[in-house]
Design a protein around this ligand. Structure first.
Ligand SMILES: *[C@@H]1O[C@H](CO)[C@@H](O)[C@H](O)[C@H]1NC(C)=O
Ligand SMILES: *[C@@H]1O[C@H](CO)[C@@H](O)[C@H](O)[C@H]1NC(C)=O
Ligand SMILES: *[C@@H]1O[C@H](CO)[C@@H](O)[C@H](O)[C@H]1NC(C)=O
Ligand SMILES: *[C@@H]1O[C@H](CO)[C@@H](O)[C@H](O)[C@H]1NC(C)=O
Ligand SMILES: *[C@@H]1O[C@H](CO)[C@@H](O)[C@H](O)[C@H]1NC(C)=O
Ligand SMILES: *[C@@H]1O[C@H](CO)[C@@H](O)[C@H](O)[C@H]1NC(C)=O
Ligand SMILES: *[C@@H]1O[C@H](CO)[C@@H](O)[C@H](O)[C@H]1NC(C)=O
Ligand SMILES: *[C@@H]1O[C@H](CO)[C@@H](O)[C@H](O)[C@H]1NC(C)=O
Ligand SMILES: *[C@@H]1O[C@H](CO)[C@@H](O)[C@H](O)[C@H]1NC(C)=O
Ligand SMILES: *[C@@H]1O[C@H](CO)[C@@H](O)[C@H](O)[C@H]1NC(C)=O
Length: 457
């Protein structure tokens, strides 16, 4: 595994944006993204009996330390310091007004015993576990109903030791859906920065039903062949990155009923590779709706797909007002992929007539080297994807038929190789407003938005 780790690199360099009075660049005005945040109280995990030998199970020590620190929640909060060492633990819960600080050479190691990852209820917007019916294993680091929680440090590591989980997955020995590495649910003012995440059993960072989430300057690594180790899966109703960044919002009838859209998501400067999946994906779970995703300055290499939107009849919901620009692709199979028939349903109770609405998707300023296919854009018969606008796209493509489009409608300008027939019409003054544009530059426009993310350097 060590061997396969080296080339895996999913490096995400991300930063936050919220409606708080933060400056866009540099977080000097933004208390919540300042890793030197002044928690007046601090304890070290070893004070609670933890042993950093990589063998001793420290779940109780983490739980006790955090229980103790709860008494400082109304006194400016507290910091749990994790020093150098290998700190083996099962799942533990964070609290509000807490900073979990991982020093240089500190490694929090996930237990390789499944019972150390308790089984919790499925997400209401999924109705069941993503992989198996019923509950799901709780993430290693979990939080619910929290305000003001920070996971940061001096590039310490949170290592899920997911290898055992990937093996259980592959050999059919799971009883419940695999755990994420970090999941924060129904929480706000979340900052995750300056840490490295390794070998998540399943998705790596999963904010769900959250607002004001910032993920900045993190490195996420997992073997290229590890199953479903998505980097960041923001699944949050007002905010929030297999896929390096996957934006989701609920699954079929459960997602429709729960109705929490993922919106105002800003992604800035993400560098990475993923062999079998995409750099940025929206869906396939999108039944609660996804809108206003602004992604800029992306560099994806050695990936099967660059930019991807996945959905299916039965999902309902919408994906609209998406703006992706300034993208560099190197050695990528399909630069832009829309899949209207992704399939995968939670159960047989979904409504096959619930058709998703996919509209106002702008992709511009893309350059690609060694691309097999420019676009495989498949909408849904009777449910065309509308106002797909491509501009300033230059791809060095090896396929003789670089575009393959069906059931889509839109416009293009300066696309090489020339866009497919449904997008041939030039973006002109009359239908300029059909396309989704940013009224202001990304960074300044985000000032007016509530609870957005900015992923930035
Ligand atoms: C990350 O670490 C650097 C260097 O210590 C520090 O300047 C910066 O403020 C930290 N950023 C965040 C968001 O924690
Ligand atoms: C979310 O958290 C808030 C307080 O933190 C709580 O009042 C609310 O009931 C929670 N909602 C859910 C669905 O957990
Ligand atoms: C979060 O809030 C919900 C709804 O109020 C409640 O049912 C649940 O027990 C809370 N969970 C935690 C861990 O506080
Ligand atoms: C990113 O993290 C590294 C390691 O913790 C740190 O040296 C660097 O200053 C950080 N960069 C930023 C922009 O925060
Ligand atoms: C943080 O550590 C990881 C591995 O431990 C390394 O790959 C990464 O480059 C480091 N990040 C920074 C910014 O130093
Ligand atoms: C699944 O359940 C079986 C029977 O209880 C148990 O032996 C096995 O260890 C469980 N698998 C996991 C991954 O927990
Ligand atoms: C892409 O893969 C090639 C061949 O495996 C490798 O040499 C190159 O370093 C990879 N590129 C990146 C950016 O990792
Ligand atoms: C086209 O996109 C490239 C980046 O791929 C950018 O450098 C260039 O400025 C863009 N051209 C125009 C006219 O916007
Ligand atoms: C595509 O890349 C190859 C190899 O780098 C180069 O020889 C070729 O001229 C490029 N084609 C175009 C259309 O830029
Ligand atoms: C276009 O894609 C469809 C579906 O993948 C495939 O059946 C068809 O053969 C492709 N057409 C061309 C011309 O490549």
């Amino acid at each position: 595994m060590r061997r396969s780790l080296t080339p895996v690199g999913v490096l995400l360099v991300l930063a936050l944006f919220t409606d708080s009075p933060c400056s866009a660049r540099g977080s000097s005005h933004c208390r919540s993204t300042d890793s030197e945040d002044m928690r007046p109280h601090s304890v070290t995990i070893s004070e609670f009996g933890a042993v950093g030998d990589g063998v001793t199970l420290n779940t109780k020590a983490f739980q006790n330390a955090i229980f103790y620190l709860n008494s400082f929640a109304d006194k400016g909060g507290a910091k749990l310091f994790v020093p150098a060492g290998r700190w083996l633990t099962g799942s533990f819960d964070l609290i509000s007004h807490l900073t979990l600080w991982l020093d240089k050479d500190a490694v929090i190691l996930g237990s390789t015993t499944s019972k150390d990852w308790p089984v919790i209820d499925p997400l209401p917007s999924y109705g069941r576990g993503r992989e198996l019916p019923g509950g799901r294993h709780q993430s290693l680091i979990y939080g619910r109903n929290l305000t003001d929680v920070v996971i940061t440090g001096d590039n310490g590591t949170i290592d899920g030791q997911g290898d055992i989980w990937w093996r259980w997955f592959r050999t059919g020995n799971l009883n419940y859906t695999r755990p994420h590495l970090v999941e924060l649910m129904n929480s706000t003012e979340v900052v995750i920065s300056n840490v490295t995440f390794l070998n998540s059993p399943f998705w790596t960072i999963h904010p769900v039903y959250c607002s004001q989430v910032a993920v900045q300057n993190v490195t996420i690594l997992a073997p290229l062949d590890s199953p479903n180790t998505d980097g960041i899966d923001p699944d949050c109703y007002i905010s929030t990155g297999d896929d390096l960044i996957a934006i989701k919002s609920g699954w079929d009838e459960y997602g429709t009923a729960y109705a929490r859209p993922s919106t105002n998501i800003i992604i800035h400067r993400v560098i990475g590779q993923t062999r079998t999946s995409a750099g940025i994906t929206i869906g396939s779970e999108m039944s609660g709706g996804v809108s206003e995703v602004h992604a800029e300055n992306l560099q994806f290499s050695n990936s099967s797909t660059g930019i991807s939107i996945k959905t299916s009849p039965g999902r309902g919901g919408y994906v609209r007002d998406i703006y992706i620009s300034d993208v560099t692709l190197v050695n990528v199979g399909i630069a832009i992929r829309f899949n209207g028939h992704y399939g995968e349903h939670p159960d047989e109770f979904y409504d096959p007539n619930a058709l998703p609405t996919i509209e106002r998707i702008t992709v511009k300023d893309v350059r690609g080297e060694n691309i097999k296919m420019a676009g495989l854009l498949e909408g849904i018969e009777g449910d065309n994807f509308l106002n797909i606008c491509l501009s300033n796209i230059t791809l060095n493509v090896t396929s003789a038929s670089p575009w393959n489009c069906s059931y889509i409608q839109g416009y293009s300008a300066s696309v090489d190789p020339e866009a497919c027939e449904p997008l041939e019409e030039i973006i002109s003054r009359e239908h300029y407003s059909d396309c989704y544009h940013l009224t202001n530059h990304l960074l300044s426009s985000s000032h007016q938005k509530r609870s957005a993310w900015l992923l930035s350097q």
